[in-house]
Design a protein. Structure first.
Length: 512
């Protein structure tokens, strides 16, 4: 294990860090606000960052617009080669970056390393994609005509990411966008800017080595003002935003008002249906990892268990005893399963949700609460808890970004599916069963309404190869694998006439 001081040095994190970077150039306006970044792990200050001003933002956009003009002319496989090198650089820095993710954000070291692995995986995916980016060809209704479609780069992609996956979300967006010929401006969460600065340095070394222009991959540190500038900016054709539903609605409205494109990855309220035909040991691992992994701060975290009445009591017992085994503490210590929440505000929301749940009639079978004591001095550590509830409770309908797990009983599979779908969000869902009929019913048009539906796997931990995202209040966007790349490009339909006449489509006659 590396020492944090060594890691900061290795990842080029200064005591005070500049507000923006267009590549080799880092800068900030005079008198910029300086904000300390403290770790939820031990409450210690890690470093400070300056916040960008509107003027800083405009400088970045001007540089990015300029860089786009050259980057789009670089052949896609050559762009892929740059991304391949970024993947290699991430491999070389996996331990250091994964550790800093764990220290700045609070997720377990295993999960920090796993997050960097997702970046490496999407880099590999994007490299292959750089020789594909396929369009279709069609048969024209007119003789000696040819029709096809092609995908062109879009321009500047604005990436607004959240604290919970502080670096991977950038890579899913930017590494695809880069092979697509776009340039990127990344506004990381103001809670986790240091890991973003580290990524900017890692990528920048690759750009520099390859003499790539300034402005292809940009970073801007700031608060929601910067997000608002991006959302309203017609120079930024696509905004990809990850975060709360409230933030997503604001971004969507601003981008929609100018008819821009947005890719939204918002809240989830993910459930696992545990059927009478489930392997209960497997279900236990899926449920507990889903609920306490990343301290319940994944958008794919398991929030609800919908359990068949015949196995309800037995499974509840298993859960209660498993929760008794969970070790909470410093996430860099590999013996611990669960680290802290991101900050004091998150702890307050968690405590408030527990109160609201109790007020609505929720019965806690594993009690929650804030942890006190020397090991928890940052004030961000809480106990994962479990409550028996009704699906319609207001608090159950709401995504609380914390390790609170709700238990709901069901009788028929139809009822279970209705409960699973009976929330405003639609990100991830799962069924645990060895019964083919019930699994297929869950996956059918009459089944889960989520963007992700798994069988005998929990709700979190999706692989990068599939399209990632969800329906309803989750926002409808898809990023990462499959054909998610298409949102980063503009589609053009081309019809070419190689005959000596000009026949019109639909048989229209127009003789001069
Ligand atoms: C998120 O929580 O914002 O499926 C993303 C998962 C991870 C991604 C989570 N691959 O849990």
């Amino acid at each position: 294990n590396l020492d944090i001081k060594d890691i900061l040095k290795r990842l080029h994190i200064n005591d005070i860090n500049e507000a923006f970077s267009t590549g080799s150039t880092w800068g900030s306006s005079n008198g910029a606000i300086v904000k300390d970044i403290t770790s939820p792990v031990d409450g210690q200050k890690i470093a400070a960052v300056k916040f960008a001003t509107e003027n800083d933002y405009n400088q970045v956009v001007v540089q990015a617009s300029k860089a786009f003009k050259t980057w789009r002319t670089t052949p896609a496989p050559k762009r892929g080669e740059i991304v391949r090198q970024i993947g290699e650089a991430l491999r070389a820095n996996k331990q250091a970056l994964g550790t800093l993710v764990s220290y700045e954000m609070g997720k377990s070291l295993q999960e920090g390393l796993g997050e960097v692995q997702e970046m490496i995986d999407i880099a590999d995916f994007a490299v292959g994609l750089s020789r594909q980016l396929y369009g279709l060809t069609m048969h024209s209704e007119r003789p000696e005509h040819r029709m096809y479609e092609q995908y062109h780069p879009l321009g500047i992609v604005g990436i607004i990411s959240a604290f919970n996956f502080p670096v991977a979300v950038w890579s899913w967006n930017s590494l695809l966008a880069l092979v697509c010929g776009d340039v990127c401006i990344w506004k990381p969460s103001e809670k986790t800017p240091l890991t973003a600065i580290a990524c900017q340095h890692i990528a920048q070394e690759v750009f520099k080595k390859n003499n790539i222009d300034e402005g292809v991959s940009n970073l801007i540190i700031g608060d929601r003002n910067i997000g608002e500038l991006m959302a309203a900016d017609t120079r930024v054709p696509l905004i990809s935003a990850t975060g709360s539903t409230r933030m997503g609605k604001a971004v969507s409205a601003a981008v929609g008002a100018r008819l821009g494109k947005s890719l939204l990855e918002l809240g989830g309220n993910n459930a696992i249906i545990i059927t009478e035909n489930a392997d209960l040991d497997m279900s236990l691992i899926g449920a507990v990892f889903g609920a306490v992994g990343t301290a319940g701060q994944r958008c794919t975290s398991t929030r609800r268990l919908i359990i068949h009445e015949s196995v309800y009591d037995a499974f509840k017992q298993k859960l209660v005893s498993a929760y008794g085994q969970i070790r909470i503490g410093n996430p860099l210590d590999e013996n611990n399963h669960m680290g802290p929440l991101i900050d004091a505000d998150a702890v307050a929301l968690y405590l408030d949700s527990i109160e609201k749940c109790k007020a609505e009639g929720g019965r806690f079978v594993v009690e929650g609460g804030k942890l006190e004591g020397a090991a928890y001095a940052s004030g961000c550590y809480v106990k994962p808890c479990i409550a028996e509830v009704e699906n319609h409770f207001k608090i159950v309908q709401h995504e609380t970004f914390a390790p609170i797990l709700y238990l709901i009983k069901y009788n028929t599979i139809e009822e279970a599916i209705d409960l699973q779908n009976g929330v405003p969000q639609g990100l991830s869902s799962a069924i645990m069963t060895n019964n083919l009929r019930e699994a297929e019913q869950f996956l059918s048009y009459a089944g889960s309404d989520c963007g992700i539906a798994n069988v005998n796997i929990g709700t979190s931990g999706a692989e990068v190869g599939g399209a990632f995202g969800g329906e309803k209040e989750t926002g409808g966007g898809r990023e990462s694998g499959s054909d998610a790349w298409k949102v980063y490009m503009r589609r053009q339909t081309n019809t070419i006439n190689y005959s000596k006449t000009l026949p019109l489509a639909q048989g229209i006659k127009f003789d001069l």
